[in-house]
Design a protein around this ligand. Structure first.
Ligand SMILES: Cc1cc2nc3c(=O)[nH]c(=O)nc-3n(C[C@H](O)[C@H](O)[C@H](O)COP(=O)(O)O)c2cc1C
Ligand code: SF4
Ligand code: SF4
Length: 319
């Protein structure tokens, strides 16, 4: 049996979970390959019996994963599974992603999510979900990988009750849909536009932003150089700030630095309400006590130097 695990990651949480899933799946004797989304072509999909799709939660799947699934040619009933890591708002992912996978001719046989630490410029540090994914999460991910690899042949053999039921459309989903729609109706990046200062930029010696923009909005080899969805800035509404976080030379700045201060000291009440409820229901395992959440230290104040973040290593070995 051949299994492909396709994933996207920015800060490494989803990659780490994908590795554990791969390890679990491989323990059944299956041949497992892990690949970054950007390296996957549609032609490859036909070679596999089971395909995993994983990304961080950004409302639902990230825009690059969403586009990949959206443009995927119709598949012929191949089994698949979905997974993600997320912060405080995890409930919209599967109700959106599972129907999209089905609409493209795949048969989703399972799905699972894990909490992950959050690294965004204006978000508190430490964050509510800090410490995740931890060893327990990795064990659960291995178990999930094993389950998917074992279930797929059994489902083919007729045990169709092993297929997970469709994600529930409950109050939490609608509540989170309201919060997310409100954010997405903002026509620009709520953190303000990210702008590149050509004076500070070290291209071509450095090209880390260009190599890592999931939307391929950056091409500094062009004349004139292209940066962001507007050509000279990025105000994409998905709240991405990756290039700003990665630039080692502080050459990318936000038009309104006060944005990151805006939430200083403010407790994100809707996040907390959701999380408290998920904790009470046993979904969330709190590792950072609420009194230790860094309401006064947004990420960019807490982190001492540039770059604010480094991209995780391109390493898809999991044994
Ligand atoms: C731009 C952006 C948007 C995010 N949106 C959400 C969200 O809607 N809901 C949520 O629970 N977490 C959200 N997060 C948190 C990530 O899902 C979480 O940190 C995840 O574990 C990151 O995975 P990675 O390390 O693989 O990139 C967001 C993070 C970023 C950077
Ligand atoms: S990461 Fe910064 S220095 Fe490097 S190419 Fe991008 S803007 Fe220039
Ligand atoms: S913020 Fe930067 S990395 Fe993110 S989509 Fe825009 S240009 Fe790309």
């Amino acid at each position: 049996m051949k299994i492909l695990i396709i994933y996207y990651t920015q800060s490494g949480n989803t990659q780490a979970i994908a590795k554990s899933i791969a390890r679990g799946a491989a323990s059944t004797g299956a041949e497992v390959k892990m690949m970054r989304l950007k390296n996957v072509t549609y032609d490859m999909l036909g070679e596999y019996d089971l395909i995993g799709f994983g990304s961080p939660t950004w409302k639902a799947d990230t825009p690059n994963m969403h586009a990949f699934i959206d443009k995927m040619p119709k598949q012929n009933g191949t089994h698949c599974f979905a997974f993600n890591t997320h912060g405080t708002l995890p409930h919209l992912y599967f109700p959106i992603v599972i129907p999209n996978l089905k609409n493209h001719g795949l048969v989703p046989i399972g799905y699972k999510d894990w909490y992950g630490d959050v690294n965004m410029p204006g978000m508190p540090k430490p964050y509510y979900t800090g410490g995740h994914p931890d060893e327990q999460d990795f064990r659960e991910a291995e178990e999930f990988g094993r389950e998917m690899a074992e279930n797929s042949p059994r489902i083919h053999a007729g045990e169709t009750d092993l297929i997970y039921p469709d994600p529930e459309m409950n109050d939490k989903v609608f509540e989170q849909a309201m919060i997310c729609s409100n954010m997405l109706l903002c026509p620009t990046n709520p953190q303000g536009a990210f702008i590149r200062d050509p004076e500070k930029c070290k291209y071509p010696k450095c090209h880390v932003c260009m190599d890592n923009c999931m939307m391929q909005y950056i091409d500094l080899s062009k004349d004139p150089q292209v940066f962001g969805n507007r050509g000279d800035r990025c105000d994409d509404c998905h709240e991405c700030s990756y290039c700003f976080m990665l630039c080692p030379f502080g050459a990318i700045y936000t038009e309104d630095p006060k944005q990151f201060e805006r939430d200083k000291g403010i407790r994100h009440l809707n996040f907390e309400v959701m999380l408290d409820r998920d904790e009470a229901e046993g979904k969330f395992r709190r590792l950072v006590p609420v009194e230790e959440v860094g309401f006064d230290t947004p990420y960019v104040y807490w982190h001492p130097q540039r770059p604010y973040m480094k991209p995780p290593k391109e390493d898809d070995e999991f044994t």
